[in-house]
Design a protein around this ligand. Sequence first.
Ligand code: DIG
Ligand code: MN
Ligand code: MN
Length: 389
Amino acid sequence: MSDYTPKPQNKFTFGLWTVGNRGVDPFGSAVREHKSPAELVRLLGEVGAYGVNFHDNDLIPIDATPSEAEAIKREFRKALSDTGLVVPMATTNLFSDPVFKDGAFTSNDSKVRAYALQKTMNAIDLGVEFGAKTYVFWGGREGTETDSSKSAVKSIERSREAMNFLCEYVIDKKYDLKFALEAKPNEPRGDIYNPTTGHMLAFIATLDHPEMVGVNPEVAHEHMAGINFMHGVAQAWEAGKLFHIDLNDQYPGRYDQDLRFGSRDIKAAFYLVKFLEDVKYDGSRHFDAHSYRTEDYEGVKDFARGCMRTYMILKEKAGQFNADQEVQSLLAEINADDGSMNQYFGKYDAKKASGLKEQSFDRVALGKRGLRYERLDQLTIDILLGIRK
Ligand code: DIG
Ligand code: MN
Ligand code: MN
C-alpha cells in the first residue's frame, strides 16, 4: 500500500479563507462557526499541510484596532511556530468591502483607486512580515456589468499603472517578492478584465517590470472559460511565468465552485499533476478550494486531506504512466522519426526554404497513417481506474 501521508516537501498549502470558509452562499448564511487564524493554522497542521496563505483581512479584520491587530498577529505567529507551517503567499482583499463594489485599481473613483494602492502596500508589508515570497493579485471586482460605465482601454491602463507602481514599491522596499496575477472570466462581476491566464500573460508583457510578474492560474477559473487548464499552465511555464497555482475542481458551465481538487474531472487533474511533476515544478501546490456547505469542521479536515491525497495518488499514477512499457512503446512509435525533415526545421534560411519547396510529399499516405491514440488513451484510463499494474 502506498503512503499518501502529506509531507512538507509536497509543498501543499491552503488559504485561511479555504478551510476557514463558513459555507455562506448567495442563498444561505454560515453553517460553520468562525475560527481564528491561529485555530485554522492548527487545523492545517493537524491534516499535514506545509503552508498557509492569507488575504490581509483574513488575518487582520479591516476595522481592527492596532492593538487588536498586534494580538491577532502574535497568536498567528505562535501557531505557525507551534505547527511549523510557513506562509509562502499573501494577497489583498480588494473585493469584499463595499468600497470596492466597482473595482479597486479600475474603479471610476480616483479615491477608491488610491485607497486600493494604499491597502495593497500595507498588505504587501504584512505578507512580507510573515515571510511571503509570492504576492497574488486576483481582480475579482475589476470588471463591469454594463460597459457603458467605463472604457476597457482605460481600465487596462489603470491596471498597468497600479502594477507598475506596486512593482516600484517592492523594489523601493527591497522586498524579495514576486507578483502572480490570477485570472477569472466572471463572478462576482458580470465580466472581469484579463479573464484568462493567456490575457494575463499578454498584460504582463506591457508592464515596466515584467520580470517581477507571473501568473497564478486557477483550475476552476480556466474551466469556467472552457479552457484546457493544463495547456494554459504549460504555456505559462514555458514562458517562465508560472509563479504560483490555485488547485481545485469545477463542473463546466457553473459558477466558481472551488471544489476539492480532483473531485470532478479526474482525467484533467491527472494531466495537470503529470505536467507539474514531469517539469519538476517546485512551487506551492495551493488548494484554493473549500468543503461542501454540508460539512462541519471534521468534514473540512476531510476536504483538506482529500485535496492532498488525490494529488499524491495522481502523482503516483503519473509515475506509473511514465513507466508503463506499452504506453512508452506506443509513444515511441507515434513519435518515430527518420530525421529526414530536420534539415528544414529551426531558424529560417533561403536554402532551407528553396529545398523545402522542392521536397515532394505523399500527402495521401501521410493522411492514412493510424496514430493509435485510442489505445493510448484507454491505457491512460486503465491506469487511472487502477486496473493496470
Ligand atoms: C479566488 O480564486 C482568489 C482569491 O481567493 C484570492 O485572492 C486568490 C488567491 O489564491 N484566489
Ligand atoms: Mn475560484
Ligand atoms: Mn484562486
